[in-house]
Design a protein around this ligand. Structure first.
Ligand SMILES: C[S@@+](CC[C@H](N)C(=O)[O-])C[C@H]1O[C@@H](n2cnc3c(N)ncnc32)[C@H](O)[C@@H]1O
Length: 390
């Protein structure tokens, strides 16, 4: 057989290899989805403006040096996210999600042929193209970054995905015109489900979102069960997550500038769990409860000012300078407000123990008239979102 030489031929070969990987090693069992992944040209959505996600904290974003266009195509068909927008602080604002995570989300979304789908977070437009390929129907997708929305709209039009409509705007503020969607895909990670997204679903419809935990990511699958009601469950997704949703136009960043490290005093987190294992050793069910009870809780890499081993900083993004620093030896130091955070984490641990230490599948998420609560599958209500907040 003649070796592939044109861009289209090389891309088709790479796509076929990616689909084999997704099917055989990443659990993509749905034949309709596999066919869509085999047809949608991911390289066309990331061409010219994507970067590798750094593998180590000190790696810089880079698009590999590729003298050969074949290498660029190969990069687009690896199972990795490709960054397309960074913020000034170096955080990731947008990426073309790793194909296996998109496959997992779409498989859970399970959109039937002809289903009307809304996507939150267009990014490059790749997932919207897959959705339109799978359903053969209209897809609406909303992107907060006007520049990205324009590029994605042009790419989709050039490739003939005419059924996809890209709208630039903040999806946390959808107007009442968004209604009767059979499916909603939230492509940006979020722990908050605004009422507008439930209202956008028709009764019985399904919403799937990547749900970030302080130490990893889960998938939230929500079904609208009534006029003002929805219930959800959590699934493991291999720990992967997307850049977080931007709320109300703010950066959404949880990093706290100028943490007064010199004020930090040693505290005990022993009751929460072995501090040295906080990242990534904390069980998903405990991390889920901690993130639900303490909104804004995040684990960030922290470089001690005087040098030394990199550490982990736990912050409650809703309280200024509310910070705990866990160093390489597992010792924990707290800023003054951080002492309260240690106490709240300890309270979370006790609640989790008392509830029988559920894993992520052991919770029921409920939404009623704008209030979100968490219970165990056994019916024990643990609290409303933010019940250990400020
Ligand atoms: C993981 S990326 C999306 C990947 C995309 N589906 C793809 O296939 O390339 C998440 C996107 O959500 C967007 N986003 C974040 N907050 C948003 C908001 N409030 N409204 C709309 N889009 C938002 C980000 O700008 C980013 O492009």
């Amino acid at each position: 057989m003649r070796p592939a030489t044109t861009v289209d031929e090389i891309a088709a070969e790479r796509r076929a290899a990616l689909v084999t990987l997704l099917a055989e090693e990443r659990g993509l069992s749905c034949p309709r989805l596999r066919a869509a992944f085999a047809r949608v040209p991911r390289h066309a959505f990331v061409a010219d403006h994507a970067f590798w996600l750094p593998e180590r904290p000190d790696d810089r974003f880079r698009w590999p040096e590729m003298p050969d266009p074949a290498e660029a195509i190969a990069a687009a068909y690896t199972d990795r996210p490709l960054v397309v927008r960074c913020a000034d602080d170096g955080g990731i604002r947008s990426s073309c999600t790793a194909p296996s995570l998109v496959g997992h989300l779409l498989q859970e979304l399970d959109p039937p042929t002809g289903a009307r789908v809304l996507e939150i977070g267009t990014g490059t437009g790749y997932a919207a193209a897959l959705l339109s390929e799978v359903t053969g129907a209209a897809v609406e997708t909303v992107e907060i970054d006007h520049g990205l929305a324009a590029v994605a709209g042009r790419t989709l039009a050039r490739l003939g995905f005419d059924a996809v409509t890209v709208r630039a705007g903040d999806a946390t503020r959808l107007d009442s015109g968004y209604a009767c969607f059979s499916r909603v895909l939230v492509s940006a990670a979020t722990t908050v489900v605004p009422g507008g997204w439930i209202a956008a679903l028709r009764p019985g419809g399904t919403l799937v979102a990547t749900y970030p935990l302080p130490w990893r990511g889960l998938t939230l699958v929500v079904r609208r069960t009534g006029e003002d009601m929805a219930t959800g469950r959590f699934l493991a997704n291999g720990g992967r997550t997307c850049p977080s949703l931007v709320h109300g136009g703010s950066s959404g960043a949880t990093a706290l500038p100028g943490v007064p490290v010199h004020e930090a005093v040693e505290v005990s987190l022993d009751e929460f769990g072995p501090a040295g294992s906080i990242e990534p050793g904390t069980p998903a069910g405990l991390a889920l409860l901690a993130g639900f009870a303490i909104p804004g809780l995040a684990a960030l890499p922290f470089s001690p000012p005087a040098g030394g081993a990199p550490a982990v900083q736990l912050v409650d993004g809703h309280r200024e300078n509310c910070s705990l620093i866990v160093d390489g030896s597992g010792a924990v130091r707290a800023t003054s407000a951080g002492r309260g955070l240690a106490e709240r984490l300890t309270a979370v641990r006790r609640l989790w123990d008392g509830a029988g230490r559920p894993d992520e599948g052991g919770y029921v998420w409920s939404w009623q008239a704008g209030r979100t609560s968490l219970a165990t599958r056994g019916g024990r209500v643990l609290g409303e979102r933010g019940f250990l907040g400020t």
